[in-house]
Design a protein around this ligand. Structure first.
Ligand code: BES
Ligand code: ZN
Length: 630
């Protein structure tokens, strides 16, 4: 508790400083940024801060480069001498001010993960900075796909992945979640391709190959996004639709048919959707994440196209980020749980509203299982410290914070809040939290203050003094973690015991209704299988339930771990094809980790990886390189 009290005191004394400051406006800005300094950015926003980006870009598929001009509008303090931007592997050709006068600039020494600061000489009067530059072939955010690496195999494709700190590899910008700006863009692409951004978007190609974009709401750099390819659009409702390569457009539209219902459910819960349209693009399979909440245009993996809508909680998740993350944004990557924990909580509430409590409780139980495994694994790996919600990622890759702690422990903390004060008060608090902090950044400490004042104090509710300390600043899982309830999962768990005893498919069907199990019941079943299974048991399972040939990527991924651990050869071909054709890191890591447990497995992993690596985005290949010691 001591830590929190002193943090809160510090926050209060900053406020005190503001009220005594001579130059109110610039001091306000200064203190706002001081509260949340970001060790993953070189920016010095208290001196000069970007407020708008005007981006003019030429996407060159022959060179695999973007050639661009970034015109930045900046706000300066009264003593401003320099504007500091983040860059990574950018070639800066020229820097001018708004009057076409050349400005001095220096690209500093590159640092691991962070890239290099671009420091530009300015005066307090400088309003615009015009930077002409090109990206490098190593640009980590960008993945340039050959036609053969796309779904339809006819045209090249480019997509970006900026979160956490890769925006700087394609735009010279202040790449910190605490700094927001609006943007407009003009992007030129080959005329047979369509360009889309995290902004207002076209729905059709035009002959010029020139597309214009506008993002009127201020966003942090990690939400900058671009996709270019042979992309078509299909409308899903008044304000939503889906983009995809032609061959998967129809399937995608069918998969997301409940999207409008999800948007309405979300608004009903926590207030109006603030970004006008909500569209989804289904990317080629090398997209390294399940989804990415780029504003107005969620980027999604094709691995959620299960054909039965069973994996679309991912869409609810990315949609939920339109509030948690995109409206109220973690001030820096140590507060990442504020983005993801809130979003998982909100995701399950949306799923509950659209598909019922039984559905969302299955999701929550799967989360709890993953969380417990993750905590145990991290403890064994000597990373127990990183199992607290508030992280210290200074000097490290912010990607290290992308564990299920932020997601699932964050979720259970918020669920505990709900269960403690009751849903009515909790929902009122949350709605107000999103509304009053829209387009702002949030630190963990500010959130605690907010929670204490607007929930506990406002309703005169008691909270144990050790509560925040235990949940937010202490590793591990506190004893008072809520436990979701699911009859369906109890049934599955009993079925698993029966199966272990007699391997009878018929009994599973007759006594446990396995023919009618949904994806999540199967996930529970496969997750519960013992680590070590004989070839006979693996064969029985596969013959009974067809795991090797399932079209469901989540189920296959869990099954794949058993395939590797138990050297179940009949599934090797399918497994290799999955590894070569899927770039989603969450699926790849457990499989490669299972391989490296034995020397033979490691050999096999390396062999497959040689073929697969060209299909992976930097985000995935860098993690696997590390795992395989390459
Ligand atoms: N914003 C994240 C993805 C991310 C996090 C990218 C950190 C880079 C750094 C996104 O919203 C996310 O959480 N995706 C999950 C979806 C899942 C939790 C439903 C994924 O990709 O698996
Ligand atoms: Zn997320």
């Amino acid at each position: 508790m001591k830590k929190i009290t002193s943090i809160l005191l510090l926050a209060c004394s900053c406020q005190f400083l503001i009220s005594c400051a001579p130059n109110q406006e610039s001091e306000d800005t200064k203190n706002n940024y001081m509260k949340a300094s970001d060790t993953h950015s070189f920016a010095k926003p208290e001196e000069a801060v970007v407020s708008h980006l005007s981006w003019d870009a030429n996407v060159n598929f022959e060179l695999n480069k973007i050639l661009a001009t970034a015109t930045l509008t900046i706000k300066t303090s009264s003593e401003a001498k320099q504007l500091v931007l983040d860059t990574k592997d950018l070639k800066i050709n020229s820097v001018m001010n708004g009057n076409n006068e050349v400005l001095n600039f220096v690209v500093g020494k590159a640092q691991p993960h962070l890239g290099a600061p671009l420091t530009i000489d300015i005066t307090p009067k400088t309003k615009n900075i015009v930077i002409t530059y090109e990206t490098s072939e190593e640009a980590e955010a960008l993945q340039w796909l050959e036609p053969s690496q796309t779904t339809d195999k006819s045209y090249p494709f480019l997509f970006t992945q900026s979160q956490a700190i890769l925006a700087r590899s394609w735009i010279p910008i202040q790449d910190s979640p605490g700094i927001r700006f609006t943007y407009d863009a003009q992007v030129k692409v080959p005329s047979e391709l369509l360009a889309l951004m995290s902004a207002s978007n076209p729905t059709e190609k035009n002959e010029s190959g020139i597309y214009n974009f506008e993002m009127k709401q201020a966003i942090p750099a990690y939400l900058m996004a671009l996709a270019v390819g042979d992309i078509q659009f299909s409308s899903l409702g008044e304000r939503s639709g889906v983009y995809a390569e032609p061959s998967v457009l129809e399937k995608s539209a069918a998969e997301f048919e409940d999207l409008e219902k999800m948007i309405s459910a979300a608004e009903e819960l926590y207030g109006p959707y603030r970004w006008d349209r909500y569209d989804i693009i289904v990317l080629p399979s090398s997209f390294p994440f399940g989804g990415m909440e780029n504003p107005r245009l969620t980027f999604a993996t094709p691995t959620i196209l299960a054909g039965d809508k069973s994996l679309t909680s991912l869409v609810a998740h990315e949609l939920a980020h339109s509030w948690s993350g995109n409206l109220v944004t973690n001030a820096n990557w140590n507060d990442f749980w504020l983005n993801e924990g809130f979003t998982v909580y909100f995701e399950y509430r949306i799923m509950e509203a659209v598909y019922g409590r039984g559905y969302s409780e299955m999701l929550a139980l799967l989360s709890l299982q993953d969380l417990k495994t993750e905590i145990a694994d991290m403890k064994a790996a000597g990373n127990f410290k990183d199992t607290s919600l508030k992280l210290d990622l200074t000097g490290r890759n912010p990607d290290d914070g992308m564990t299920s702690i932020a997601y699932d422990k964050g979720y259970f903390f918020l669920r505990l809040m709900e269960e403690t004060v009751g849903r009515e008060k909790w929902d009122a608090f949350l709605k107000n939290y999103f509304t009053s902090n829209s387009f702002k950044t949030m630190t963990t400490e500010q959130f605690i203050e907010n929670l204490q004042t607007n929930l506990f104090d406002a309703y005169q509710l008691e909270i144990a003094p050790t509560f925040y300390e235990a949940w937010i600043y202490t590793p591990g899982l506190p004893d008072n973690c809520p436990v979701p309830v699911s009859d369906k999962f109890e049934n599955v768990d009993q079925a698993a015991v029966t199966w272990a005893a007699n391997q009878s498919k018929e009994e599973l069907q007759a006594a446990y209704g396995s023919d009618d199990w949904t994806t999540h019941e199967w996930l529970r079943f496969v997750k519960g299988l013992p680590d070590s299974l004989s070839t006979e048991q693996m064969t029985n399972l596969d013959q009974a339930f067809g795991f090797t040939t399932t079209g469901n990527s989540e189920i296959f991924d869990l099954w794949g771990v058993h395939v590797i651990a138990n050297q179940y050869e009949p599934a090797y071909e399918q497994l290799e094809s999955f590894l070569v054709n899927t770039g989603r890191r969450k699926f790849l890591m457990p499989l490669y980790k299972a391989f490296v447990k034995t020397p033979e497995g490691t050999e096999m992993a390396k062999e497959i990886y040689t073929k697969a690596r060209p299909n992976y985005h930097f985000v995935a290949s860098s993690s696997i390189d590390e795992l395989l010691g390459l």
